[in-house]
Design a protein around this ligand. Structure first.
Ligand SMILES: Nc1ncnc2c1ncn2[C@@H]1O[C@H](COP(=O)(O)OP(=O)(O)OP(=O)(O)O)[C@@H](O)[C@H]1O
Length: 337
């Protein structure tokens, strides 16, 4: 059923609040503007949508995501920054061939580090299956406002503006999203009010399937960073990620090796459980830059889980992320020049 037909099923009173209504297979996803509603009103709105759409033939599940709106009149329409005559922020995708290699951790810290270099940075958590950026950047539980039917990014405590499906959908709900629906929802996060943001990092979902291809082709990032661990299998996957970007004609800025050497939290000594130098060799072989190596370290994991990105601190981890950020910034400047 298309959006119009689904909309017709909703009571008239809900039409003005409906921002998006999509059906994929038997699952319908509704995104509604919950401006001015308190918790009770929001719950009632959600129930009403469920009630109206649950009985529709062919629909087995209804997912509802609510956006909050800016209180008060607010400015009429802040210009949409993205895809606005080319005057919007530069998009940089961060991808990995497989999950769990630390792509989200790298993206969050790269964003913070670019901010420390004086860039105005935004981040879109396109990992609609398992959004982790609200945790990483300390914005868990916050809801973005909307203006003129577009989302206003949330200001993280680290100077990075951000949007994540994790801000719109309750934890766990986004996990089962499938292809087209995931890429549709993602569009709302990208096409938001980014204001004077210069660079928006896209934390892509892990892997190289349809969702990633759609995202890359539709939003045409200026460049991409690939994250891999040193293991052979992860490197093979990283090459697949490189192919994905080549297919989308997105130049690869470079490769970051994560979880490289293990830093012992007791003695500070470094060992290499997964071998050393593999990612650097893979980058050289593929013909793109090697941007740096982040060790497997307890401090990175603990700080990340606590929502205090190591790149915002003063320790050696911060220096590593800033060095990577500098190369990304230089690459972007070179491109602009
Ligand atoms: N350098 C590191 N040292 C220690 N732990 C790390 C490091 N990088 C990431 N981690 C931890 O590994 C786990 C996976 O990281 P992360 O979520 O960033 O990976 P991902 O590739 O984005 O995963 P997913 O595919 O699930 O989205 C997290 O618990 C994170 O804190």
């Amino acid at each position: 059923m298309d959006e119009q037909a689904l909309k017709a099923r909703l009571p008239q009173s809900l039409a003005a609040r409906t921002r998006s209504l999509k059906q994929n297979g038997s699952v319908v996803t509704a995104i509604l503007d919950a401006a001015g509603l308190d918790a009770g009103g929001r719950a009632a709105l959600e129930r009403e949508v469920h009630g109206a759409l649950s009985g529709v033939p062919g629909v087995s599940e209804v997912r509802v995501a609510l956006m909050a709106d800016r209180a008060g009149p607010g400015p009429a329409a802040r210009p949409s920054a993205l895809r606005d005559g080319g005057s919007g922020p530069i998009i940089v995708a961060v991808g990995s061939g497989k999950g769990g290699v630390g792509k989200s951790t790298l993206t969050a810290n790269l964003a913070v580090a670019l901010g420390r270099l004086g860039r105005k940075v935004g981040l879109v958590d396109a990992d609609v299956y398992g959004p982790s950026q609200p945790t990483l950047l300390g914005t868990l539980g916050q809801r973005p406002e909307s203006e003129a039917e577009k989302l206003v990014p949330i200001e993280s405590p680290y100077g990075v503006k951000m949007l994540s499906m994790g801000h719109l959908v309750e934890p766990g709900r986004a996990l089962a999203w499938r292809g087209p629906m995931a890429s549709g929802a993602f569009g709302q996060l990208v096409d938001a009010h980014w204001g004077d943001t210069e660079i928006v990092l896209l934390d892509l979902p892990p892997g190289t399937g349809d969702v990633q291809i759609t995202m890359v082709q539709k939003y045409r990032p200026a460049g991409a960073v690939i994250v891999s661990t040193p293991q052979d299998l992860a490197l093979i996957d990283a090459r697949r990620a490189a192919e994905l970007f080549a297919q989308g004609k997105v130049p690869v800025i470079g490769l970051v090796e994560n979880m490289a050497g293990y830093i012992c939290p007791h003695c500070g000594g470094e060992s290499d459980p997964f071998g050393r130098g593999g990612a650097e060799a893979a980058a050289a072989e593929a013909g793109f830059a090697f941007l740096g190596r982040i060790p497997l370290s307890l401090s990175v994991r603990e700080a990340s889980d606590a929502g205090t990105p190591p790149a915002a601190g003063e320790g050696p981890d911060a220096a590593l992320f800033i060095a990577i950020a500098r190369q990304v910034a230089d690459w972007l400047d070179g491109r602009a020049g």
